[in-house]
Design a protein around this ligand. Sequence first.
Ligand code: NCD
Length: 314
Amino acid sequence: MSFDKPHLLGIEELSPPEITTLLDRADIHAEAERGSRDHGQPLKGLTQINMFFENSTRTQASFEIAGKRLGADVMNMAMQTSSVKKGETLIDTALTLNAMHPDLLVVRHPHSGAVKLLADKVNCAVLNAGDGRHEHPTQALLDALTIRRAKGRLHRLNIAICGDIAHSRVARSNILLLGKMENRIRLIGPPTLMPSGVADWGVEVYDNMETGLEGCDVVMMLRLQKERMDGGFIPSEREYYHRYGLDAAKLSVAKDDAIVMHPGPMNRGVEIDGVLADDINRSVIQEQVEMGVAVRMAAMELLAENLRERRAAA
Ligand code: NCD
């Protein structure tokens, strides 16, 4: 088997065969979701705890649905009302949960590296559902699956990632994954929203959409992460939309069959035109959500197999 990791913490530590293994398994679940809905209950008897220290709609919901459809007992910890609010440290929370013997912990946290810190303290499989600006591995995997299904391959594509790169863990995980699979990656956005050190990432950087999008196969838009900005990154949303918001006119320089992606939540009229986002001939945004469930099923199933093997050998 080519996926033997105990946790899914980031794309950085995955090899191309491991990525392919995850996507192949997810494809099977995606087909089952569209058909029989029979996934064979591979997580039966296992307990999955979702701990979201940051707000989430689609990521939390899809992890919950994925776990339930695979037969796990799923619990959502309400982090807003938990002892974390009383000042309990992340490590104390982790140790408390660990004592309840969970099998899968799904964690989102506002600090980069927090999920790894937690994974080092517990005896179960940990999945990173987004840590600060660092990584969001299941998002990059679901984006990759969506691209592979739409384009028939996941290599040698021209892929533009546009907007607020600096604050985005989605961008970071996607750049890592799409780079490992040998695609040509272009980052497009205002210089104020480019991370420092971007010149060493093996990507092309553009500060205008008209040249950056030329001939692209895939156009991935990002949300302006206002909660991570301390002011002064863009002149105004109106101006930003004018220069960087994706609409049909800007998209016209990309390939005729270019697909449009967005991880959600979207700011319509800020980073993307609402009509284009809903255009089923161009936008694969709904497929991304659909593939999110399949990818999370695959990740939890493979980690559960590894966990069972490790426990049997212990
Ligand atoms: C992203 C996230 O939380 O990092 N959303 C998501 O998981 N679908 C992107 C975002 O918040 O803009």
